[in-house]
Design a protein around this ligand. Structure first.
Ligand code: GDP
Length: 326
């Protein structure tokens, strides 16, 4: 299948070409990467979509929530893609969405597309492929994209830099206001959802909600003119899900009205470009026989105390510059 046939299939909303396109995007083979780039160029187009990040500790109920939320979105006429940025995958080989028993009803829906995170690579690499996968899904007609992450290391920040709205799921009874929340998370949260507000835990969840609400008053949030929203829900009992969706729609509306929506996507694109360019440069640095030989020589020089690391680094860069200008 040619790239343009693939693009056509994706645009027609077909699953097989979409899955194939994602495989191309995830491949590290240079010729696949070349094709993936062509494919993305074919599909580049402005689309009316909403990108939502969903994070929270393991066990908070992310998959239960996404299942309920996704089904609600479908009932409202949307098509939903669920992607994951999973920082644990490079070491464990696992994937947070790998378990097929998760999101059982959602995964059987025609209007849903669920894709586990790529199983290898650095967090930066996984995040890069998730971004590209997101673009493919949007081209395939999925208008709400949910990007899930377990929130290990920098993964929430990676996810927040690729979505329009970042949602944090919390457990009831966390109790101590903002204690126990990872540094920097408050500054990227747009919607906070306290899950498991049912049975014995309902009261605790409502209490946690008002504590968080109170604590947020004293914080500098991401957008000074658009307040963070709080909800207590039960993903298991399907309670409060509609309200979360209305809240997100209001948030997106406010973003658009204030001109932040496009501005945010634009600045995300610019920092993405910068990062890709930097990554490509680093790759270039160690690629090619000549560069590798030079690097080996310089390393030997450093080991033998013949050259300072700082001088060797400058030399390495000047070698590349020279090679470029030839
Ligand atoms: P994840 O690791 O964040 O994806 O969490 P899961 O969705 O796998 O849920 C972890 C456990 O919490 C499961 O046993 C769920 O049944 C349970 N759970 C999820 N949501 C709720 C809820 O709203 N109420 C209650 N009582 N349990 C829930």
């Amino acid at each position: 299948m040619t790239v343009s046939q693939l693009a056509k299939g994706i645009k027609a909303g077909k699953r097989r070409p979409l899955a194939k396109g994602i495989t191309l995007v995830e491949s590290s083979h240079p010729s696949d990467q070349e094709q993936a780039a062509q494919l993305l160029t074919h599909l580049a187009e402005d689309r009316d979509t909403i990108r939502i990040g969903v994070s929270g500790v393991p066990g908070v109920g992310k998959s239960t929530f996404i299942e309920a939320f996704g089904n609600h979105l479908i009932a409202e006429g949307h098509r939903v893609a669920v992607l994951a940025v999973d920082p644990s995958s490079p070491t464990t080989g696992g994937s947070i969405l790998g378990d097929k028993t998760r999101m059982e009803t959602l995964s059987s829906r025609e209007e849903a597309f669920i894709r586990p995170s790529p199983t290898s690579g650095t967090l930066g690499g996984v995040a890069k492929r998730t971004r590209e996968t997101m673009l493919l899904c949007e081209a395939g007609g999925y208008d709400v994209i949910l990007v899930e992450t377990v929130g290990v290391g920098q993964s929430e920040f990676e996810v927040s830099s690729m979505v329009d709205c970042f949602m944090m799921l919390m457990l009831p009874g966390a109790g101590d206001g903002l204690q126990g929340i990872k540094r920097g998370i408050m500054e990227i949260t747009d919607v906070m959802v306290i899950n498991k507000a049912d049975g014995d835990q309902e009261k605790l969840a409502l209490q946690a909600k008002s504590e968080y609400e109170h604590a947020f008053h004293f914080l500098q949030t991401r957008l000074p003119d658009i307040p963070v929203r709080f909800h207590a829900v039960s993903a298991l009992k399907n309670k409060g899900i509609t309200e979360v969706w209305s809240s997100i729609l209001q948030f997106i509306d406010a973003l658009k009205q204030q001109g932040f929506f496009n501005e945010q996507r634009m600045s995300q694109n610019l920092s993405w470009f910068k990062r890709l360019a930097e990554d490509a440069l680093i790759e270039e640095l160690w690629r090619g026989e000549h560069n590798r030989e030079m690097a080996e020589q310089l390393k030997k020089g450093i080991i033998n105390n013949e050259i300072l690391p700082s001088v060797a680094a400058k030399k390495m860069v000047s070698i590349i510059k020279k090679a470029d200008s030839n």
